[in-house]
Design a protein around this ligand. Sequence first.
Ligand SMILES: [Zn+2]
Length: 310
Amino acid sequence: METKACYALGLDIGGSSIKWALVSHSARDKPRVIETGIRPIKESRMPEDVITELADITRTTRHAHGVLTSIGVGIPGMFEAATGIPTLLPNFPSAWIGYHFRSAVTRRLEQPIVLVNDAKAFSIAESVVGAAVDQSLVVCVVLGTGVGGGVVQNGALVTGKGSAGELGHLTVEMDGPPCGCGNNGCVESFAGAAAISSFAGQPSAHDAFQAAQRGDSQAQAAIDRAIRAIGAGLANVFVTLAPNAFVIGGGLAGAGSQLIEPLTAEIRRRVKVAPESHITVLAATLGRQAGAIGAALMSIEASAHRTGRD
Ligand SMILES: [Zn+2]
């Protein structure tokens, strides 16, 4: 039996930095996070500049730990699975759209990479080594600029025909406000950062949470509205899948009791087909490194499939 430890590197590209995580794994042991780090990226956020940073982190890691068995790279948007070309990357320059990103990174790192969506990477990380470890069916939600998510069963992402888990685009109000996706009344049109800040009358969603904590009633109303929307969406998900746990994370989820408790109450209030005790909502535990850890885990899974070890 193979017992030698292998190393997988996860790289998570964000709006202002790259987070990275080194994960060790072997046939016998569960994956373990060895080291994590963060590196700022140039304000231009051009693909070539980002790739230079990815290459530098990879070189340093190889120097310290030797061969990397697999590398996963997470991006905050969508891409064509077949080509690894980004198709939607909010907050990044338009040069990314249509850019052969996956092949450019593969060339530069001299090793194939696995390209993943950051919310999906978050979902895998929190389900396999984070808040919902050992739970069989987990639904994860990432609250940030947008509302992302993922469904994980027995440590593997449920993808359906490819797009499963886009929880931000569950319809919660049939004729609700327009959403960036083209639909009306999506969860994201109430609970995305822009929706919260504008309804709260605050410069950012972060400011809205702080104002609510100071007792600002308009800010509190915006947060209540966001929680009602997420709660309605997740109640529908519970009725459909009855997952063992929901995990809530992302930049806006820092305020645990401000969010987790009222959200749990809202889902329980709406779900009448199961006892309240079946509904569990957990705060994410891996913090800002979740995406990088998940990218590493997803690269391990993908390379296991490639070599037929699965
Ligand atoms: Zn939408």
